[in-house]
Design a binder for this molecule. Sequence first.
Ligand code: ASP
Ligand code: MG
Length: 407
Amino acid sequence: MEKEIIVQKFGGSSVANIERIKNVAQRVVAYKNKHTQVAVVVSALGDTTDELEALAFQLSPTPPEREMAMLLSTGEQISCALLAMAIKALGYEAISFTGRQVGIKTDKIYTKARIITIDGRRIAKAFKENKIVIVAGYQGVTHDDDITTLGRGGSDLTAVALAKALKAKVCEIYTDVDGIYTADPRIVKEARKIKQITFDEMLEMAFLGAQVMQARSIEVAKRFNIPLHVRSSFSKEEGTMIVKETEKMEEIAVRGVTCNKNEAKITICSVPDKPGIAAKVFGEISKLGINVDTIVQNVPHDRLSDISFTVPKADLNKAIKATEAIGKKIGAGEVLEDRNIARVSLVGSGMRLHSGIAAKMFKILADEQINIGMISTSEISISCIIQQDLADKAIQALHKAFKLEQI
Ligand code: ASP
Ligand code: MG
């Protein structure tokens, strides 16, 4: 009989040191004993990737992307080798592979590469030999044999893509929290663990600042309907299942409150008010692969207006450089930056059916004397950009007013 295949991904904090790696080895082996074929994906140890990134930034504010991928991919090579050793020390067969060795082919956006294909043959062979397979997360290789990384948090993407390629029954994401919460429990102590959440809600939450999973990996899981189980590597308790939407799940208007403090605002002042300007500004920025989020353009006066937009803090230097260059070309004024912002958002599939959520949100923030700088909405979320030091207060007030502790 064909054995069931399961993919398990362990995040950086789950493999932060040798003790934890041993603990992961125990867990993996326990699954293997249930007659399952296990493919494990690991992130780099603890904060390794941040540390490597910091080294690069000491050399240049805009390190070359190819070398950055080369550098950052090394973290996962360490953890997969160590985990394979830990499993072997328990008397089980295991083999570690880099992304390249298992044929993870990507495009050429070096540090935010997309997976094009996975050649599962090497893994299938290892399974036949009854080995536990450990794959280095977060990395792949271009058709020209250059190493790429899949964007921060990209081991999730490796795991989901492997689950698809191997036709796994489920993809388990082990992390240092025991599931998805209605809000960050460090900020809201009444926050509740959510049992089931839809792909769309999770996707929205990830985009809006919940740092539990990489957004792109959830997109892929949704596209191929791969159920995800987010759970703690430190406890046996069930976590949160991320699944396809059911009607019942739409009854709840607001599933959670999120906060993102990793964005910065750029304002380009005195922009000539004529057709094509926004296309030029954002065209240049998107060429750099930077995701622009909320955009606000002021009402023009004297045929000049200000355009503000948010970008991830990590891309701020690059974005400022590009904005200044384009500003000069179009005869705009100063370019300003503001790092002291936070995006506070409400998320819920039920928002499609319920009205008045936005108005209620604005009222709650007003009652707390919190000024709203920018607003953006999607079908299933509402976000306000506010001053960063007021973010915790905002989250607590929203969680309470929407009665999320009662869900
Ligand atoms: N180590 C990489 C990062 O920290 C990839 C991952 O953790 O998924 O972003
Ligand atoms: Mg990491």
